[in-house]
Design a protein around this ligand. Structure first.
Ligand SMILES: Cc1cc2nc3c(=O)[nH]c(=O)nc-3n(C[C@H](O)[C@H](O)[C@H](O)COP(=O)(O)OP(=O)(O)OC[C@H]3O[C@@H](n4cnc5c(N)ncnc54)[C@H](O)[C@@H]3O)c2cc1C
Length: 394
């Protein structure tokens, strides 16, 4: 059967946060790109995950003239409370001047994705849903190619100068790199989160530290919430019927919680992973394709945005100014940022969990975690690390 062969500057694999942000940045700078996404538009725009865009991310969109894609559903300092053993305590977490929280917003990931998609298509972007069987070829050569089947089943080939692997942790891009060319660094925290999407007003919105384990009720818009319950990594969904979810949230928060229809449940073992380097030949990895952080840090989406900006600047410099320096330094630039955020993610994840459930690290670590948390909540000096990272100024 005949193949359709085309050429473009950059093929972007994956129309998630990283891929669409990159696509918009390139398009606005006149760089040709094709975005290939294996799912349907409807599926991608409904996929609910993260919800916090840090100040750095919001300002980045503003600087690229894309502020419209960020919709604020509240600021974390106004929406999040903390409880320990059922008692609410006041905190100055988000009031540290070093924190620069002014621009940080709750913006559900699917809202950001929908808005990025609209902007890309409105500006004439080439976005191809239901592109399946993607294979990346000749990634070491001068002109790599992507072969795939389009929505009609026809085989298409796109030649390009650069490939952006934005297809998440389970995508094909990273798998195309020879195993001996990548090092995988990973850390398992030993516990998991039961992550639930519910059609319910986030009430109370916040985090609860409790000896039964950590719990969270985080806004995803005004009438939807993501609920988190620390659980064992080998727990199954059958062990967590809806009634248990609500009673456990109530026990950990120590007050009644608003209940509503549960839309989706999954168990996420908490872990951190980094692949290094983040490029091979003409293939560059962005976002979850290269690294994942535990959801406690709320940094996955923000790391994806950072990678997209670094890569966009590098490609623009290479193509428009014939300057290869940023592209050559892409992996190193991103990894420095990624490891900084991994350090923050590991610290905040262990602190919040150790302060509650002592069955993993013991009673001694529980007491030191509580002392550390108290300092975070009351001392602007101690709170600096949290403030800088949570706001994304680092
Ligand atoms: C339940 C859950 C809760 C989370 N909560 C938070 C949070 O609170 N805060 C936070 O910052 N982060 C959170 N994250 C992480 C965050 O969602 C990710 O870090 C973010 O989506 C990464 O963006 P990305 O563009 O790299 O990948 P994705 O958003 O995963 O996008 C990858 C895209 O590639 C497509 N794709 C995959 N394989 C292929 C293929 N073979 N061919 C073509 N296309 C393909 C996918 O369909 C998808 O559209 C959460 C994740 C989950 C699962």
């Amino acid at each position: 059967m005949s193949e359709t062969v085309e050429d473009t500057a950059v093929v972007i694999v994956g129309a998630g946060v990283a891929g669409l942000t990159l696509g918009n940045f390139l398009l606005r700078n006149g760089i040709g790109c094709v975005v290939l996404e294996k799912r349907s538009r409807e599926y991608v725009e409904r996929r609910q995950r993260a919800g916090t865009i840090d100040s750095r991310g919001v300002r980045m969109f503003r600087a690229w003239g894309l502020e419209e894609v960020v919709e604020s559903f509240g600021a974390p300092d106004e929406s999040i409370s903390f409880r320990m053993d059922g008692e609410e305590f006041t905190n100055d977490l988000f009031n540290n001047e070093d924190g620069d929280f002014d621009d940080m917003v709750f913006c559900p990931q699917q809202v950001l994705v929908r808005n990025l998609t609209d902007a890309f298509l409105r500006d004439g972007g080439d976005l191809r849903y239901e592109s399946v069987g993607i294979s990346l070829e000749d990634i070491d050569g001068a002109q790599p190619r992507v072969r795939y089947q389009d929505a009609t089943g026809a085989t298409r080939v796109v030649n390009c100068d650069y490939l952006a692997g934005c297809d998440g942790y389970h995508g094909v891009s990273r798998e195309s790199i020879p195993a001996d060319a990548l090092t995988r660094y990973s850390y398992d925290y030993g516990y998991a989160w039961l992550s639930i999407l519910a059609d319910v007003t986030p009430d109370p919105a916040g985090m609860a530290i409790h000896s039964r384990g950590l719990a969270g009720i985080i806004p995803r818009g005004t009438t939807a919430s993501r609920l988190y319950l620390q659980c064992a990594p080998d727990d199954t969904l059958e062990q967590w019927p809806d009634e248990r979810v609500w009673s456990e949230l109530e026990a950990r928060f120590g007050i009644p919680v608003a209940t509503g229809p549960v839309l989706h449940k999954q168990i996420l073992p908490l872990r951190s992973v980094v692949y290094s380097p983040m490029s091979h030949g003409r293939l560059y990895l962005l976002g979850d394709a290269a690294h994942i952080v535990p959801p406690m840090s709320a940094k996955g989406i923000n790391l994806a945005l950072h990678d997209a900006e670094v890569f966009a600047r590098a490609v623009i410099a290479r193509i428009q100014k014939d300057d290869p320096a940023l592209l050559t330094g892409y992996s190193e630039t991103c990894l420095r940022h990624v490891w900084n955020y991994q350090a923050y993610a590991a610290w905040i994840t262990e602190l919040m969990h150790n302060a509650g459930d002592a069955s993993y690290e013991g009673e001694f670590r529980k007491q030191t975690a509580r002392a550390e948390l108290e300092r975070q909540f009351t001392s602007p000096t101690a709170n600096r690390l949290f403030s800088e990272f949570a706001a994304g100024v680092n």
